[in-house]
Design a protein around this ligand. Structure first.
Ligand code: AHG
Ligand code: MN
Ligand code: MN
Length: 327
C-alpha cells in the first residue's frame, strides 16, 4: 500500500471514515501550498536574491529579513484567497487583519521561525495556529486559550521539507516530494518518548535564569553521579521549529524560560503563534508544556503578541520542571 497524501489524510483523518470539515481541509491544503512556495524560495536562497535584511522592523522591535516579509506576504495572500479565514494575525504585523466576514476560522502564524538561521543555511520553519472565529461574540476574538485551537502545525525547511500537523486527534507528518510537489505522509501518530537524556536551551543565558531552571539544568549537567543518575546531551539550533521537530522525532525537552535580563518581559517566545501551536502538537504527541505556573494551553492571552516562558517536551522532564517550580 502506498503512503497517503495530505489530501487523502484529510479525507479520513481519524480513520473512522469521516472527512475533516470541508473548510478546514481547504485551509490546511492552502497552508501546505504556501509552505511549498516558501520552501522553494528558501532552497534557492541567494540564487533568488531572498537572503539578508529587508531593512525594516516588526512590532516586536526585531529586524525583518527579506524571507520574513516574503513568507508573511505569501501566507496573508493565501488566507485571503481561501475564503475560510475571518481574520489573520502574524508575528510580522502589528494588528490582526480582517479578511472574510463570517468565515469560520482565525489564522495565526509565525511566517518564518528561526530568522537568525536564514543566512547561514540552517533549518528554519513556518508555524501556524487555527482558532474558531466565533464571529460577533467577542470584542477580541483572537484572545482565546490554546485549548481552543482546531488545528496547529509547522513546516520545517531542513534537509527535507516536512509538514507536521494536528487536527486535535494525534500528530502526523508529511514530507514534500520535490519532483511532484506532493505531500506524502511519512509519520502516523507521532509519540514523544516519556523519558529522554537530551535538553535544549540557550546556555549563554544561564546567569540570568530563575532558580528552578538553574536547578534543573544543574541536575542535568551533574550526569550519572547526580540526582538524575544519567548523562544528558544538549542541542540548541535556535530555530524553535527545528528544536521541536527533533523532540517530536526522538524526545527531549526544550526551554526558553523567563529570565532576569528584562524582568518585566514574560519570556522571549510568543504565546499565540509559537508556544500555543507547539504545545498542542507536543500534548497531542503525549508530551507536556509548562510556563512556570500553568500548562501553556491554559494561559489566557491578553495581547496578540504576548510573550511567555516555555518548557515543553518529554513528560518526565516537564514534570521534573513542574516539581522544581513548586519548591
Ligand atoms: P523568530 O525567528 O520567529 O523571531 O523566532 C526565533 C526564536 C526561536 O525560533 C528560537 O528558539 C529562539 O528565537 C532563539 O533565540 P536565541 O537567539 O536567543 O537563542
Ligand atoms: Mn519564531
Ligand atoms: Mn518569525
Amino acid at each position: 500500500m502506498t503512503a497517503p497524501t495530505l489530501r487523502e489524510y484529510l479525507a479520513n483523518p481519524k480513520a473512522d471514515g469521516n472527512p475533516a470539515p470541508r473548510e478546514l481541509s481547504v485551509l490546511i491544503e492552502a497552508i501546505s501550498d504556501s509552505c511549498r512556495t516558501i520552501s522553494y524560495l528558501v532552497s534557492r536562497g541567494a540564487l533568488a536574491d531572498v537572503l539578508g535584511s529587508a531593512g525594516t522592523g516588526n512590532v516586536q522591535g526585531e529586524e525583518q529579513k527579506q524571507l520574513d516579509v516574503l513568507a508573511n506576504d505569501e501566507l496573508m495572500a493565501m488566507a485571503k484567497a481561501t475564503g475560510v479565514i475571518a481574520a489573520a494575525a502574524s508575528e510580522e504585523e502589528d494588528d490582526a487583519r480582517p479578511i472574510t466576514p463570517d468565515a469560520p476560522y482565525l489564522l495565526l502564524f509565525d511566517p518564518l521561525d528561526g530568522s537568525s538561521n536564514i543566512d547561514v543555511n540552517v533549518s528554519i520553519g513556518t508555524i501556524f495556529s487555527v482558532l474558531p472565529a466565533k464571529a460577533g461574540e467577542c470584542a477580541a476574538p483572537f484572545l482565546q486559550t490554546g485549548r481552543n485551537q482546531v488545528a496547529a502545525g509547522y513546516c520545517v525547511y531542513g534537509p527535507q521539507t516536512t509538514l507536521v500537523l494536528t487536527l486535535g486527534s494525534g500528530v502526523v507528518a508529511f514530507t514534500m516530494d520535490p519532483p511532484t510537489g506532493q505531500w506524502v505522509q511519512t509519520s502516523a501518530m507521532i509519540g514523544i518518548p516519556e523519558k529522554t537524556k537530551e535538553f535544549s536551551i540557550n546556555m549563554s543565558n544561564m546567569r540570568h535564569w530563575a532558580d528552578p531552571v538553574r536547578a534543573y539544568i544543574d541536575e542535568c549537567l551533574a550526569g550519572e553521579t547526580g540526582v538524575r543518575a544519567k548523562n544528558f546531551n544538549m542541542r540548541w539550533i535556535a530555530s524553535m521549529v527545528a528544536d521541536v521537530h527533533r523532540i517530536l522525532s526522538r524526545g527531549g525537552v526544550f526551554l526558553y524560560p523567563w529570565d532576569k535580563r528584562d524582568p518585566g518581559k514574560p519570556g522571549k517566545l510568543r504565546l499565540m503563534y509559537e508556544a500555543n501551536p507547539m504545545s498542542l502538537l507536543v500534548e497531542q504527541a503525549g508530551g507536556k508544556s509548562f510556563d512556570g505556573k500553568l500548562q501553556i494551553l491554559d494561559v489566557q492571552p491578553t495581547d496578540l503578541h504576548q510573550r511567555v516562558s516555555v518548557m515543553l517536551g518529554s513528560k518526565e522532564e516537564v514534570e521534573r520542571l513542574e516539581l522544581l517550580h513548586r519548591v
